[in-house]
Design a protein around this ligand. Sequence first.
Ligand code: HEM
Length: 388
Amino acid sequence: MSAATEAFDRWIRSDFVAMNTALEDLYFAEIDRAAVAGVGDDIKAELRDAGQAHVEALAREGNTGAGFESAFDVLGNVGLYLAAMRRHELTNPAREERSPFREASSLALQAGASIGMAPRFASAHLTTHNRAIGGIRKSFTSLHDEFLFIDENTRAMLAFQRAADALVSTQAMGVTNPVADVQLAAATSALHEVVLINGRLFATLDVDRFFYSVRPYYKPYRVGRTEYRGANAGDFSGINELDLVLGLCRANDPTYAQLLVDKMPFMRPADQMRVREAMQRPSLLDTLLDTIDDGGSAWANNAALFLAAADAFGDTARQHHDQLVERFIAQPSASLDAPHLGQVTASGPPLHVLMASLATLRDLRTAADRPGIASRHADMARLRARVG
Ligand code: HEM
């Protein structure tokens, strides 16, 4: 790491966190917690100028670093800075045509393009690839609820990825292979772990702290002229590998394929590659249905284990939508006035549009009996009837 890169990273892990936390405490004490204009202006200016000085030092260096890891870290740090500028309303894509943070934009564009990712911070920066130094991992604030959110998200992502790894290896050995049973069972057990993690988040995360002090850092912002959607815990390959390997979502469904295409730049390139590979393989559901008539005892055993894994996956999707999104986004949004409501979601579309697209994903993943979407309801029912 160069001296400028290291200094920026140190600042992101220390003063940056302290100033964001101080601002959050000020906003949270206001009667209207969603109004940030005119509150803590001196801290905002200090945060903006100190970050800008680091960015200028890096830009002068003219090098985003040696290799992927270094550019990835620079992208994360400049992205956290821009996301904080957005959160504190020092930039807002709705009122600007280009980012007022020119140097930060060009640094982000250079780092992002050099490693094949969108030029903004991705969820991997705060979760699976958030390297702790001396026990300190990156965050926006030091609020208990932010750490709860990113830690539990990370645990859930890792468990999803373990389930995906197990099922991908099942594909390689063939789902009618007798030894595929251990991998199918391993996937189910990892998905049960996600259910526990989601349950913990639902029970322990503070709704107001999450909604008013954590979630606003995940809003879209502009880099240069282009507006980029916010990060979310879904920006890793495991969840989509599970969709595709199970067969509950299909790459030839135009709505789902569009989602994958849009999502790719928010993933690390290694994850992008995994999704591309998953798009090219036949799903376990299709393979089991193709062999439904000649299934012997290994077929029947593994088909039952497959159904258990698919059901556990469906449970996680139901929880995400009906519990987490409902409790932490939809319900608190109901009390916001129209201008604030327009700024709520990470992806940008109005809340009811976002809710509808998340509901479709839930219904695909639970193979719901819902006409008009590419649900595998009938195919799952056929398999269930054969397994008995
Ligand atoms: C308090 C907890 C959570 C809330 C409120 C929440 C909310 C949301 C919202 C609102 C979106 C849509 C993104 C947007 O705003 O545009 C989203 C996407 C997503 N989230 Fe969460 N989330 C939570 C936790 C988790 C966890 C623990 C996971 C597990 C890894 C997860 C996985 C996903 C995935 C995969 C997506 C992308 C859409 C999809 O494929 O379903 N989320 N989340």
